[in-house]
Design a protein around this ligand. Structure first.
Ligand code: SF4
Ligand code: SF4
Length: 473
């Protein structure tokens, strides 16, 4: 079977022979200064690189050129995303699961972990706790269990979440990370008003994938790998891909991830909206030492930089799995979204868990409050943003991508970041954060190039002081 990015079949668009040939090519050219310098120069136009070209950059052992690569990643990040960093939180609905993923404590053989599925009332309380922190954007997470967590439960939970307006709070975008499902179920999720459908591939290496998922529906590599195609057929045009670094040969997965993006672009005209890059973490009965392919911090930074160069318009997400220091190291290299003050436990927001109640999917390495995270971003000159405007304005899929590719999206991102930061400062921030935030808003407001947008933003900011909310561009 030959490599074909347009094929609907996983074994053709994630072709093992093509990945191996790409890695061999990258190894053969890792010191090829002319080629590497040429790729860096060409990528300056923000049009991205192919998986093979990106693999060469990732393999490059030319330190001075690698430095140039990092500088380019920073320039692309600044050019397309500016200083804004979008914040979100995961919300775990249920950890019942029929799969046996060997890296996740929710695997079905784990008899001692506390199993929990939130009722609609409990979801309400979780969402109020999240709104009281200032969150506006959630990523829903559930284990796969058709009896305990059927699609109707997920849909009902989404309706519940959107219906809650506590004080000035609101969840305005619900992204969904649930198991691979049918076109019909994706259609229903779309109708329920989800933002992005997120599904991590974990690894693209089929034999490893099958070993890591020995039982349950997730064992089916093709069904899982083709899930984004079904999501798009069901009308969801913002999909989020990701691999779990530390499970397999990271270079193999890096190439697979880019081939997946190329496939979605070739078949549906729009690549992934986001890419997540979780690294494996300890949890309950999971010891990361059992996975031999741990990705160190330097390699992780290089992966982020090359991805930024290869797919400039795809948002990059990093979670609280990563420490403050490791998040800091990759923010300017390309990350555009981070989670903050996350609980990875079912029901973890409403009350602090007693240790014996812990049901965390993984250990969080960054356990600061949302206010601390916002203040930290401000202190580094970033613009914390709770923006959800694009999805609410119908700017999704290829509509979003065409605005992103012409650079027009920047005219929305900055003013929307200002609006949502101002809401946060008015309703949730501590004194220090508020002071720093107001200074940044004044400064960035003056930097909005379009006079009409600038004046509208100024008026909206003024109206917010007297209690109005939810302005957007
Ligand atoms: Fe279940 Fe997901 Fe954990 Fe696998 S990774 S055991 S599917 S919750
Ligand atoms: Fe994201 Fe659109 Fe808001 Fe920019 S304007 S931060 S792209 S939702």
């Amino acid at each position: 079977m030959a490599y074909d990015p347009k094929s609907p079949h996983a074994e053709n668009f994630i072709d093992d022979a093509e990945i191996r040939a790409t890695l061999a090519y990258a190894d053969a050219h890792k010191s090829d200064r002319e080629l590497i310098a040429g790729l860096i120069a060409r990528a300056e136009d923000c049009k991205g690189l192919t998986h093979r070209e990106a693999a060469v950059l990732l393999a490059s052992d030319q330190e001075d050129l690698n430095e140039k690569m990092y500088e380019l990643a920073k320039r692309i990040k600044e050019e397309i995303y500016g200083k804004r960093i979008v914040l979100f939180a995961p919300l775990y609905l249920s950890n019942y699961c029929v799969n046996s993923c060997v890296y996740c404590p929710y695997h079905r053989e784990n008899a001692h972990i506390r199993r929990k599925k939130l009722t609609q009332d409990e979801i309400r309380r979780e969402v109020i706790a999240l709104q009281d922190m200032g969150h506006k954007r959630l990523a829903l997470e559930t284990g796969e269990d058709p009896a305990m967590n059927p699609i109707d439960y997920v849909l009902e939970s989404i309706r519940t979440i959107y219906s809650i307006h506590h004080k000035n709070g609101a969840i305005r975008r619900v992204n969904v990370n649930i198991a691979a499902t049918t076109v019909e179920n994706y259609r229903r999720l779309k109708e329920a008003g989800i933002g992005t459908y997120i599904l991590f591939q974990e690894t693209y290496h089929k034999p490893s994938y099958e070993k890591l998922h020995p039982k349950g529906p997730k064992h089916d590599y093709a069904y899982h790998t083709e899930a984004m195609d079904r999501a798009m057929e069901g009308g969801i045009d913002d999909v989020g891909c990701g691999v779990l670094f530390g499970l397999n040969l990271y270079r193999y997965d890096f190439v697979g991830l880019l081939m997946h993006a190329e496939h979605l672009e070739a078949r549906f005209g729009v690549g992934p909206h986001t890419i997540s890059m979780p690294r494996i973490r300890p949890a309950d009965d999971i010891d990361p030492a059992q996975f031999s392919d741990a990705v160190d911090d330097a390699t992780f930074a290089k992966i982020v930089a090359v991805l930024r160069i290869a797919v400039p318009y795809t948002g990059m997400i990093i979670s609280t799995r990563e420490s403050k220091a490791s998040r800091e190291a990759v923010l300017d290299l390309g990350v555009s979204q981070i989670s903050g003050a996350s609980s990875t436990s079912v029901g973890g927001y409403e009350k602090k868990e007693r240790p014996e109640d812990d049901s965390s999917q993984f250990a969080v390495d960054d356990d600061r409050t949302l206010d601390e995270v916002v203040e930290w971003l401000l202190s580094m000159g970033y613009m914390p943003s709770f923006c959800t405007a694009c999805y609410r304005a119908g700017r999704t899929g290829d509509r979003f991508m065409s605005l992103a590719k012409t650079g027009e999206i920047k005219n929305c991102c900055l003013p929307n970041a200002l609006m949502t930061l101002k809401e946060y400062l008015e309703d949730y921030a501590g004194e220090k954060t508020k002071k720093e935030g107001e200074v940044l808003i004044e400064k960035e407001l003056a930097a909005i190039p379009n006079e009409r947008v600038r004046e509208t933003a100024r008026r909206y900011l003024y109206e917010m002081q007297s209690g109005k909310r939810d302005f957007r561009f």
